[in-house]
Design a protein around this ligand. Structure first.
Ligand SMILES: N[C@@H](CCC(=O)N[C@@H](CS)C(=O)NCC(=O)O)C(=O)O
Length: 337
């Protein structure tokens, strides 16, 4: 009995050491390879979406680009690996990708038991419902007995089950593997309702042949803080991905944009000088101008939000919770000093 548990313990230790060995040195692998391998969605407007030529754009894509600008000095040195919700964590755990930037909700069990580290929040979201106008429903509380299109392997599935149970309603899940399939299922009448993170409902709505036939219901039934994640066991890489996002948020707060950063750097402002790497050693193990490269090549958080999700995009999502902390929102980054 004792012998078996000892053997099991040493096997577990060997496994965790292998995991660690695989996890460490991501920055070196990225430099050697010459590009960042970034896990994204299979295609979701606003977050990570390829055009006809295979060029990816979106908020999550911009985080991948920021990490490439910080580590390699070139935002375009990214290989995008499309992953559906079920595949995403295995791809990170196995080393197929260096980071996952794919509308992924930070939860206790994911953080605690998958061998991953969430590095921050790119978008504070919450789960909502999209219905066809002809259903004539005004509130999610009228959805008793509805069939619900939903994506497999998501927090969405779990929250929907809780919400219907808590409100003493039943529903029939109609489950799909990708957002495209989910949208098609909804459009072809396989379900009465489509549920997902609310921002993604807006993204999926524009994929409908007639978006004005569908409305998003007012209820938000969960907290979905979406952010990038890395494998556990590589603190250097964890710090780099974390601070790449923080640099974007701090840049917005400091009024640094892709258009004005060169000019702003000539003003002798000590905060801006530090941001650009003057008189400070970040300890991140990358070039001193890493944050400058992010802003110059990718832009600040507000610029990325606007062109991908906000008024400069077809989605026209309000900043809401994603405004900076000093503008009534939750986006707050630790200081760069
Ligand atoms: N935030 C939730 C849901 C994420 C998710 O996968 N959302 C769907 C919305 S339908 C999506 O983005 N799908 C894109 C794809 O299929 O690749 C989670 O982390 O579980």
């Amino acid at each position: 009995m004792k012998k078996i548990s000892l053997m099991a313990a040493s096997a577990a230790m060997a496994l965790s050491f292998t995991g660690l060995a695989q996890a460490a040195g991501t920055l070196d692998s990225v430099k050697e390879r010459g590009y960042v391998q970034c896990g994204v969605t299979t295609g979701l407007p606003g977050y990570s979406n390829p055009d006809d030529k295979g060029n990816w754009t979106g908020m999550d894509v911009d985080v991948c680009r920021a990490v490439a600008a910080a580590t390699l000095g070139a935002a375009d040195k990214v290989k995008y690996i499309p992953l559906n919700a079920k595949e995403r964590f295995t791809a990170l755990q196995s080393g197929e990708i260096d980071m996952l930037s794919r509308v992924t909700t930070w939860t206790l069990t994911r953080d605690g038991s998958l061998g991953v580290n969430f590095t921050g929040v790119t978008y504070y979201d919450g789960q909502g419902f999209l219905i066809s106008k002809k259903l004539g429903v005004k509130s999610a509380l009228e959805l008793d007995g509805a069939s619900v299109c939903i994506q497999a392997g998501t927090t969405t599935e779990l929250n929907a089950a809780d919400y219907f149970r808590e409100n003493k309603m039943t529903f029939e899940p109609v489950v799909f593997d990708t957002s495209d399939q989910t949208v098609k299922g909804f459009e072809s009448g396989r379900c009465d309702v489509l549920t997902s993170d609310q921002s993604q409902l807006y993204a999926m709505r524009i994929k409908l042949s007639n978006p004005s036939n569908a409305v998003v219901l007012p209820e938000i039934i969960s907290k979905e803080p979406l952010g990038p994640l890395v494998r556990q066991g590589d603190d250097e890489w964890f710090n780099i991905v974390k601070w790449s996002l923080y640099a974007m948020i701090n840049a917005e707060e400091m009024g640094l944009t892709s258009k004005n950063i060169d000019k702003m750097m000539t003003k002798g402002n000590p905060n801006i000088d530090r941001f650009a790497g003057k008189g400070i050693t970040s300890g991140l193990g990358i070039s001193g101008d890493w944050a400058y490269q992010i802003v110059k090549q990718v832009g600040n958080y507000g610029e990325a939000f606007d062109r991908n999700l906000g008024n400069g995009s077809p989605l026209k999502i309000e900043r809401g919770l994603n405004a900076l902390w000093n503008k009534g929102g939750l986006q707050y980054a630790p200081p760069m000093r």
